[in-house]
Design a protein around this ligand. Sequence first.
Ligand code: NDP
Ligand code: BG6
Length: 580
Amino acid sequence: MGTGSSKNRARQSTSPKGTSKVNPAASSSDPHSYSSQWVGGTNPETGEPAQVHRDTAQAGQGNNTMTAISNVQKTKDQLLKGVSILKETLHSEDDVPHVFVVFGASGDLAKKKIYPTLWWLYKDGLLPKQTYFVGYARSDLSVQAVRDKSTQYMKLQDDEKDKFEEFWKVNYYVKGSYTERTDFEHLNQEINTLPKGDLAHRLFYLALPPTVFKDVSSNIRLCCMGHEGWSRIIVEKPFGRDSESSDDLSQHLSKLFREDQIYRIDHYLGKEMVQNLMVLRFGNKMFSPLWNRDHVQCVVITFKEPFGTMGRGGYFDESGIIRDVMQNHLMQILSLVAMEKPASTSAEDIRDEKVKVLKCMPPLDLDNVVVGQYTGDPEGQGDAKNGYLDDPTVPKGSVTPTFATAVVFVKTERWDGVPFIMKCGKALNERKAEVRIQFKDVPGDIFGGQCKRNELVIRVQPQEAVYCKMMVKAPGMNINPEESELDLSYGARYKGVKMPDAYERLILDVFCGAQLHFVRSDELREAWRIFTPLLHKLEKEKIKPAPYKYGSRGPQESDDLARRFGFIFSGTYKWTKPQL
Ligand code: NDP
Ligand code: BG6
């Protein structure tokens, strides 16, 4: 295996050591895995809680400018301290090589996300010293070709050029099929030729279409498992397309790997503000008395993108927005918003609570759902002129939704009767992901109906923020209520602090063996139970989605549905962006 070779050497292997190892438990006992990576992880060696986020949250309780400045500095220091704890832990494994294999190295995800993420982790010194990267795909490529495709996404700085060269020197590429065992034997042989490769810990990233998940996972199991070191497999969504196919895949994987070896990625779990939900909810006394059916009118969880399928319609049409975003990203957020306080921050305690939420949710009812599909805007610019059906890769007359709003209920003592309104769509008016908790009206109004409902908004992206819309007395001689806000904008409060990308956190978690921000098989099963009847009904009855114009807020029916379930949009709130 050469760093620049494009030669297909996939069939050179004869007797790889790995083929004789058939017991996943034996080959992959995992003494170095963290029990929790949350708040930067508990260091298993010292038992000390890692401090990244905890200290960040504590930083800055003063309220004058000097205190704020010194607290921002403190936050940066604490972040650096957190990073150094991670480094220490990972570098305690420096004598053991790690091999990260990217299956589907020729693909879109690999070039846009996986290789850039590996580079960022590498250049920040967050990976164990002897880490090697092996790209694997059917295409006749070379490391140089992979490099050429992904460099534009790597945000390379001028002073990083030497490090960048170093990074590519520990990259390799192997060409091979996804189905032939001999190709995987060859891959294993190539891994073994790396320095101490036969002793290495192995991470396998499946950046692949679901059609080949089964073949690839079986072949990894048969041919490529670590001999001395552990092996972990990272699976990208979609995990099936309904309950049956998901169960089938889960059963297949569970025959090959232990649950603690499987990392099902939902990259929303790696986002700063999604991880923040735990601290906001359970680190503040003021929210817990309000976080229930007595005070909350409804919860709106929104995902909006301002572009359409952009030529990926063929892929998208197979899934639609419900499978693409709602069943996974929005449901993960919902379970973190709705769950009870876990016994601890360990992965299992938290995931147990998330699963309990899902178990208390009945399947979705079509009466509580609106689906939409975008049409072109004749007055729009460029891509906006085209509707979904104008995309040549989309089948003619497709009824696949590109927008959906669904109202679900969590039948627990805390939430019974509170609508959780999930809304997601492509080709909308803006890019936004947020959680909006709308509180009930104040009973016994004395202000002549001038008060608007409080809302707590946790904006996941862009421009992360937590803000609370509230009533204050309008400054001046009168006593008139006015809408204002408590505003924690991260850009202002944590100026200059670099927020890691979701994939950076998650890939690092896999190196650390931290499962918290990954989807457990029972979570997956429950999520599909909630969505499968609806999806089957939409497909069987070919229910026509409501049209909405590219660049709009989605179909009117969505606002009508939200209103029916008690969400009130007053349209009177105005926010003035503070001068930074
Ligand atoms: P708005 O009152 O403008 O919007 C509230 C909600 O109403 C949104 O969920 C929106 O949904 C929905 N909505 C908008 N138009 C309609 C409509 N015609 N019918 C029914 N529902 C509607 O308040 P925001 O909280 O969104 O704040 C306004 C602006 O101020 C935003 O741009 C926000 O980002 C900004 N802001 C930023 C802060 C910060 O950065 N720290 C702090 C405070 C405010 P939908 O998303 O579907 O359009
Ligand atoms: C992916 C979906 O999971 O999330 C895409 O498949 C979507 O359709 C993407 O565009 C959005 O991710 P982000 O991080 O840009 O919000």
